[in-house]
Design a binder for this molecule. Structure first.
Ligand code: KG4
Ligand code: ZN
Length: 337
């Protein structure tokens, strides 16, 4: 089954063709980072306009790279939500129009299910139920995922998403947008033990998350002491970045292992933009090795927003629904858990 996936929920316009929810034939992403960087974050109206410019060329490139015509597709899948409503509308409307014009079924995809489906794009995807940590700019949540791609939410963030905390702390430290990768890079030469920031585990056995206290602790530190200089001895900018990052990673690793133990699963997947974080990947690798768990860490390009994961999730949900098409009058959803 050949599925064209389209993604436009935030600041990447993406299209991809995936066979049978597994084999990526093409995968094109047009990033808007340069457009939003001067504003220190994503400007929704600008995002929508840039999606309008990029969506058709990106889809055309994905089809060309796959070497396919629209008539050879089996379905068109697109992100329906959650995300920025104006941004979502662009990719969803383009996908609906193509599905209509080509007479192909339309499959609406939940963006979080899309992130979870990144695990199917691996050489050796999990075969049994697994625990998946979805950790992105908009979401931080734990799921128990079935082999057919269905996810049951085990816990979610009560306030900021982990990626949001990275982005806000980056702003406070003057590192700009997008923040996660900048903090990741700095933290590599910092000492995570230089500061002790709070880790919020919430009540005993909770699989929910909270990162706003940690973000506020870093902001207070900076308000009191200023932003430390890069390379300053005994408390550098690198140390601050490393200490913040370690606090986020500690909580994410601990709760994910607790979820795996509670569900009795041996497979773990970590997906979403923050799964690109080098320290998070390293700590999960260490934890999985010591607990004899099989870890699925998608390559970086399938961690941040992309359409291959949307095509893979579209294939899974289409199959689950007995290959029924979604109605073409469906609407974008800014919120959708
Ligand atoms: O999944 P994604 O591309 O978009 C959403 O669905 O939100 O995730 C974007 C988030 C941003 O908050 C960004 O700062 C974070 O992922 N991110 C990282 C890294 N690369 C991207 N966070 C920590 N370390 C990274 N290397
Ligand atoms: Zn995302």
């Amino acid at each position: 089954m050949l599925i064209l996936g389209v993604e436009s929920s935030c600041d990447e316009t993406a299209a991809a063709v995936v066979a049978d929810g597994r084999a990526v034939l093409s995968d094109v992403v047009a990033s808007q980072i340069a457009v939003h960087r001067p504003y220190g974050g994503v400007v929704p109206e600008l995002a929508s306009r840039k999606h309008v410019e990029a969506v058709l060329p990106v889809i055309q490139t994905a089809m060309d790279q796959a070497g396919l015509g629209l008539d050879e597709l089996d379905a068109v899948a697109a992100t329906q939500g959650p995300g920025l409503i104006g941004a979502l509308l662009v990719g969803l409307s383009a996908a609906k129009a193509i599905a209509y014009a080509a007479g192909k079924p339309m499959v609406a995809v939940n963006h979080l299910e899309g992130h979870m489906a990144a695990a199917f794009l691996e050489a050796q995807p999990p075969e049994r139920a697994w625990v998946c940590l979805v950790v992105s700019g908009g979401h931080t949540a734990l799921y128990r995922v079935q082999p057919d791609g269905r996810g049951e939410c085990l816990g979610t963030t009560l306030d900021d998403a982990a990626g949001e905390a990275f982005d806000k702390v980056s702003k406070v430290l003057g590192l700009g947008y997008p923040g996660g990768a900048a903090i990741d890079l700095l933290a590599r030469s910092g000492d995570p033990r230089a500061h002790r920031f709070p880790r919020s585990y919430l009540e005993k056995n909770s699989l929910d998350f909270s990162f706003s206290g940690l973000k506020t602790a870093v902001a207070y530190f900076v308000k009191k002491s200023g932003v430390p200089a890069a390379g300053a001895p005994g408390g550098s900018l690198e140390d601050l970045a490393a200490a913040f990052q370690e606090a986020v990673v500690d909580v994410l690793v601990m709760k994910t292992l607790a979820a795996a133990a509670r569900c009795g699963v041996r497979d773990l997947a970590v997906v979403g933009g923050v799964a690109a974080n080098s320290r998070l990947r390293e700590r999960f690798e260490l934890a999985a090795a010591s607990d004899h768990l099989r870890l699925h860490l998608p390559p970086l390009r399938y961690c941040t927003d992309n359409a291959a994961m949307i095509a893979a999730a579209g294939y899974q949900s289409w199959r689950r629904n007995g290959f029924c098409r979604d109605p073409l009058n469906l609407d974008a959803r800014s919120r959708w858990l």
